[in-house]
Ligand binder design. Sequence first.
Ligand SMILES: Nc1nc2c(ncn2[C@@H]2O[C@H](COP(=O)(O)OP(=O)(O)OP(=O)(O)O)[C@@H](O)[C@H]2O)c(=O)[nH]1
Ligand SMILES: [Mg+2]
Length: 310
Amino acid sequence: MLSVGIVGLPNAGKSTLFNALARSRLAETAVRPFTTIEPHEAVVAVPDKDLESLSKLVKPEKTVPASVTFIDIAGLVKGAHKGEGLGNQFLAKIREVDAIIHVVRAFINPDVFREESSHDESSFEQIVNDIEIVNIELELGEVSKKPVIYVLNVDEYALNDAKTQSLVNRVKEKFKEEAAAISARLEEELIDLEKEEGQDYLMELGIEKTGLELLIQKAYQLLDLITFYTIKGGEEVHAWSIKRGASALDAAEKVHTDFAKNFIKAEVVGITELLEIGSWKQAKDKGKVRLEGKDYTLQNKDVIEFKVGV
Ligand SMILES: Nc1nc2c(ncn2[C@@H]2O[C@H](COP(=O)(O)OP(=O)(O)OP(=O)(O)O)[C@@H](O)[C@H]2O)c(=O)[nH]1
Ligand SMILES: [Mg+2]
């Protein structure tokens, strides 16, 4: 399963973002630094409208979304790799993840303690300074180079600012990695709202995607992942993530090791086509369900039924 570690300086808003992603206040957040001591993990369902549509069409007993594990750790400070602060204990955790979300403080809140706050809290220089402190610790802590998404944690009113957009672009350019602006606190507030209420609220603010949607999308792009679906003869609709370029056999392996061992054929149809036609049976009758062998290269959003021997 895809795992993503959340890193950053103390008080950057890591736990706030983590709670928002988990849609639950699992981690304590506070104005003091080093609030997080023990790492928290949450398994979060990947939002997927196509999966919802597929589930409506198949009406299975169970629908299982693809999932991502997010890990929230203690803030990293200068010297963390040699034991300063708390973060060093958790560098080991970060070594294991597939990708990193690096939260950078770009909100303005004098109540929230900040070390080395030189001038404008959301200036490019301050942001670069903060990022470099953490990056040096990751490097010295021997966290191997892995995909990073820089998340500028901004105040909600600044989300759609030209200034924020420019900061995001400059961070992307400077660090040659993905970057996005999110308001962790705003996202955290969504926990208390019904899904639709939350969507309306975001729309009013001119925000198209939730932080979760945005970050998962970026993580998939960075890790070059695609999605495929299995329907288990109509019993269970399941979404899976897999590396682009994976074969039908790789997919079978992911679903069940026995499937790979006893693989005969894969029945495959693209989800858009299946949804248009309206049922698996009709798709088969119309000859739209293809029979593919082990070497077939999976396409994003393929729906697959494995034919296995015993
Ligand atoms: N104004 C504003 N405050 C925020 C935002 N995000 C987080 N905060 C506040 O900043 C403080 C620190 O947030 P946390 O999520 O606890 O930060 P953390 O990075 O997990 O901190 P440690 O666990 O101590 O390293 C809390 O009081 C949050 O409410 C934001 O987008 N805007
Ligand atoms: Mg925290």
